[in-house]
Design a binder for this molecule. Structure first.
Ligand SMILES: [Zn+2]
Length: 263
């Protein structure tokens, strides 16, 4: 897909250039196709159009990896940690910088339990990719700085809402980050639609998938219980699965974070 989209973009741009001397009207057709690809690409990170992006195993490891986005918080993070401990599974938490700043104790607990941390931007601004390069860099840097003070230097970044842009490549390079998305999700709307969550993941799951789940509290205690039960069921099935659940680093072939001495 990556090669096809890049080839289509190059071919349409070249065609527009070649047609321009003959007919400006005809040249607009491939030009419009080129522009359409450029506009659509930020919403299709799997194309890796603007920057290299990993969404599933690239190492040949056929295991699956668990990732939890948008935390930490004092309600759902402890539930996830308890369940991961119960099922002896490892996960990567793509955290929001300002939430991490408010809950350093949860970041410490995630690390203590052997999980890893990725950068998921400072405040999950869904329009982040429309901001200036300076703002984008600052957002990502602030999160790295905050986590760094807690002894964690992520080497992976997951863009909010999975949207990318050409400026992201520069911002990530500055921080030594690579972009990671996912290949299996339940379309849970950020824990708003949790009915049959486990089954929806299991129905879609393929070897080598990076699974997206959310670390977001639910509306009330009843929903919280349903969600915890769904997660428990999912982890039970994943715990019995072959190939097994692997740490994210095994699927992407590089480290997810470095540890450093706290300031
Ligand atoms: Zn998110």
């Amino acid at each position: 897909m990556k090669l096809t989209v890049h080839t289509a973009a190059a071919a349409s741009f070249l065609s527009a250039l070649l047609l321009l001397p003959c007919s400006a009207l005809l040249a607009t057709i491939p030009l419009l196709l080129f522009l359409l690809l450029c506009i659509t690409a930020p919403f299709c990170p799997q194309w890796s159009f603007y920057l290299p992006l990993i969404s599933k195993s690239v190492t040949g490891n056929r295991g699956v990896a668990l990732t939890f986005d948008d935390g930490p918080n004092s309600i759902s993070t402890p539930i996830i940690l308890t369940l991961l401990q119960k099922h002896k599974l490892q996960a990567c938490f793509f955290v929001i910088g300002e939430k991490a700043a408010a809950h350093p104790e949860l970041i410490a607990e995630i690390i203590k339990q052997g999980h890893s941390i990725g950068n998921h931007s400072w405040r999950h601004d869904n329009l982040l990719m429309l901001r200036s390069r300076k703002q984008l860099c600052l957002d990502i840097h602030n999160t790295q700085e905050t986590l760094g003070r807690m002894g964690v230097i992520p080497t992976v970044f997951r863009p909010p809402a999975g949207i990318t842009n050409p400026r992201l490549r520069y911002a990530l390079k500055r921080e030594g980050l690579i972009a990671i998305t996912y290949s299996c999700r339940a379309f849970d709307g950020g824990n708003k639609n949790i009915t049959d969550l486990a089954q929806r993941i299991l129905n879609r799951l393929q070897d080598g998938d990076i699974i997206l789940l959310h670390d977001i509290p639910l509306n009330d205690d009843t929903e919280q219980e349903v969600w915890a039960r769904e997660l428990d069921n999912l982890l039970t099935s994943l715990g019995n699965r072959k190939p097994v659940v692997e740490p994210l680093e095994k699927l992407i072939g590089q480290q997810v974070m470095r540890k450093k001495r706290k300031k």
